[in-house]
Design a protein around this ligand. Sequence first.
Ligand code: GDP
Ligand code: ZN
Length: 462
Amino acid sequence: VEEQTEYDTIAAISTPPGEGAISIVRLSGDDALPIVMKMFKGKDLTKVPTHTINYGHIIDPKNGETVDEVMVTVMRAPKTYTREDIVEINCHGGIVPTNKILQLLLTNGARMANPGEFTERAFLHGRIDLTQAESVLDIIKAKTDRSAKLALDHLGGSLAKLIRGLREEILDTLSKVEVNIDYPEYDGTEMITTKLLKERTIEVKKKIDKLLETAQGGKILREGLATAIIGRPNVGKSSLLNYLLHEDKAIVTDVAGTTRDVIEEYVNIKGIPLKLIDTAGIRETEDKVEKIGVERSRKAIDQGDLVILVLNASEPLTDEDRQLIDLTKDKQRIVILNKTDLPQKIEIDEVEGLVGKENIIQTSIPNNIGVDDVEQRIKDMFANGIESSQNAVIINNARHVALLNKAADSLDAVLVGIKNGMPVDLCQTDMRDAWEDLGEITGDSYKDELLDELFSKFCLGK
Ligand code: GDP
Ligand code: ZN
């Protein structure tokens, strides 16, 4: 039905900036081939078969000078990423000729692509749904193999399939209720419709709740498990941090965009991506008198999904220790008794009474004693949420969580309405809202602002 004519031809450099051996300039649109032919010396690309790679040179049409030796990939619609004609110019002369080629394209009829515009077109032409578009974004940003795998699953459309199933159930229910309303002569209608509506609503809501349960695991995969290491000066925080950051496990350090005083470090602990909070605070005080006051710890504790509280077993418990124990009592917590290689002065019974024996791990960090237990404990605490859903669909995207919550709220409203004897057609409105909310997840009912916001997060050339 919608053979679009309104799309102009866009171009962008689609390889990351830098001194890579090859960079690719990508074009998409009806005029992709004619535009390239204005500057290509080689075969007539408008005549070559689709999905072929063609050798030649890019020539500046103004002065006939050779810009670069290139390989040009020709992919004709509709079997392309955007479902439009795509041409990719593989140049190998570095960033200067690459920029020059892009400039030539822009002065010969192409328009600079917006961030994410190639993916946006793939969506607009119906090649992918919104969850798949978001997965492209997630793959670009994925911090661990698991996150990447999850994104790939969504790219395959597994989430969309599930959401569409839920929408069908709702629609089916709505139509059945409709029939009952339209043909009340069948029997005691009001009873039947209400009962039916209630049963179906509960069923769908259960499925949504289950999806939402995977969100914590999803959030960990996506953003990392926010982890705060706290404790008095000199108890062994930096030693623990350095152990956890052991080089082969560090994924990202000094993430771009974070301010200097809140350096975030990511580390993969037995498959759980940890985002270590306030590591600068632990490090910067190394040579000075440490002043990590309770105030600073309080902030780190607040932000943490997990708090690791380090105590020094070779000293008696202090008031500051007790304060930190109290501040973390409602948190998912691991308490480390460190320096067990030294003569023990801490009152173990008191600590056990305060935090629970099962939450304590004894370590001697420089001697590598107990540290693997710490990692294992982290895995035991959080792997479930992640691993149990290994083959299921996991929600890992804040927008999806928000919409699922909205849909769940609408379904709750249906149930409350039924309970309060509200007329069925009013309950139906809430049910329809849930249907709309779910549709927004896949983009089956989407809003323009949403698209703009979503695709603007992409890199150029994607
Ligand atoms: P932080 O101030 O809490 O970060 O503590 P550090 O990690 O900087 O450690 C303070 C000092 O204690 C350093 O000299 C470490 O080598 C030492 N240390 C850390 N853990 C242990 C341990 O388990 N046993 C012993 N004997 N010394 C330790
Ligand atoms: Zn330190």
